[in-house]
Ligand binder design. Structure first.
Ligand code: SF4
Length: 374
């Protein structure tokens, strides 16, 4: 992504949430927001969306881009009808309270994890000018951002990070939803976590009150050592312990737990082991309650599969077909979303993708700089 594209993306993602717009309704009624909605509704190409356009292009088909996923969910006219917020109550919300996170996952950066700030500065010093570096270590919305908001008509909610468990704004936000009677009306709530901590009883209580679909996305991008390498300083033992607690909660309440796994050049060789581990751990949950959600890393390029020779991608695809699928998947690809996701993942690994050996060298330098900075 060029620096111009990065700037535009940053404008879309960060600057609309700057301190001048200290309430959700200010953002929704801002010139930038309305202009953005108008452009999207007129199908104008946007520089900030280039990453998704690239992912949707022919040579990287397979795993849906964020753009496609969001359009499938929110492209319905009910979410794009009126521009004036006073005629159009907030029905869908995706929010990151802050970038506070204790991990330094290799595919992340300082815009999403406060722990990445010093690393990003070091990488820039070593010539990595593609880093999406934040201006300050900690980013986030003001604590009063939702104070006067009417959240009672929310239907779809997605909580991202940083890491929302332990973020000081998470519990007050759910208390507000509870007070406004929103929890019992929500159709869907998605919650992303690195699972290094488990929700306390109060937060679990709010999850239980949601009558619609509740999905906890747990970030797992490797198996044992490769997981700890990818998600430093996360501990595999902590992940396993908390996953067992999530499974127990899922069995009692019917919530869904999905493994959110990035397909990247560092840990993708362990993908079959990671999948086997996940499917074994969750074997008593129904397929729809334990999905595997692969997320393609397209940038930085040295973390994408362009840094991996084709034969290695084929080898991983074959191990999934020979070992994972016969054990856990019934092969009727249309039957459930778990089967469909795994089928898509295999097709993605098998499709031709240009291997660039220079990216492999860049990846080595990237990992060395990070290891020397820890
Ligand atoms: S857990 Fe999420 S926010 Fe934290 S470093 Fe990893 S990817 Fe980034």
């Amino acid at each position: 992504m060029s620096s111009k594209q990065r700037k535009e993306q940053k404008a879309l993602m960060v600057d609309t949430l700057n301190v001048d717009m200290n309430a959700v309704d200010h953002v929704r009624n801002s010139f930038e927001w309305i202009d953005l909605k108008e452009s999207i509704s007129q199908n104008k190409p946007m520089l900030g969306c280039q990453k998704c356009y690239d992912q949707d292009s022919n040579d990287s088909k397979g795993i849906d881009s964020l753009r496609v996923i969001k359009n499938n969910k929110f492209g319905h006219e009910k979410f794009s009808d009126k521009l004036d917020i006073y005629d159009n109550p907030l029905r869908s919300l995706e929010v990151s309270f802050s970038n506070k996170c204790e991990l330094q996952c290799l595919h992340c950066n300082s815009q999403f994890s406060s722990s990445w700030f010093e690393l990003d500065k070091e990488l820039v010093k070593h010539g990595f000018d593609d880093r999406q570096i934040s201006d300050t270590p900690e980013l986030g919305i003001p604590s009063n951002f939702f104070d006067n908001a009417d959240l009672s008509k929310l239907e779809i909610l997605r909580i991202n990070g940083g890491e929302p468990i332990g973020d000081p704004l998470t519990l007050p936000f759910f208390r507000k939803l509870n007070e406004q009677g929103t929890l019992k009306n929500l159709e869907e709530m998605r919650f992303l976590t690195n699972a290094m901590n488990f929700p306390d009883d109060e937060l679990l209580g709010y999850f239980k009150k949601i009558t619609g679909k509740v999905v906890i996305y747990i970030g797992v991008d490797g198996y044992k050592e490769s997981y700890e390498k990818m998600r430093y300083p996360a501990k595999w033992s902590v992940l396993e312990h908390n996953l067992e607690r999530y499974i127990d909660f899922a069995q009692k309440t019917g919530i869904r737990i999905y493994m959110n796994t990035t397909i990247n050049s560092v840990t993708f060789r362990d993908l079959p082991n990671t999948m086997l581990w996940w499917l074994k751990k969750t074997e008593f949950l129904s397929p729809r309650n334990k999905n595997i959600v692969p997320v393609q890393v397209t940038g930085p390029e040295y973390l994408s599969l362009k840094a991996v020779p084709e034969w290695e991608r084929d080898a991983v695809a074959n191990r999934i077909k020979d070992i994972v699928i016969p054990q856990f998947i019934d092969g009727n690809w249309t039957q459930n979303s778990l089967d469909k996701k795994i089928n898509k993942l295999v097709r993605f690994l098998e499709q031709p993708q240009k291997y660039n050996p220079e990216l492999k060298n860049k990846l080595e330098t990237f990992v060395n700089v990070i290891n020397n900075t820890k």
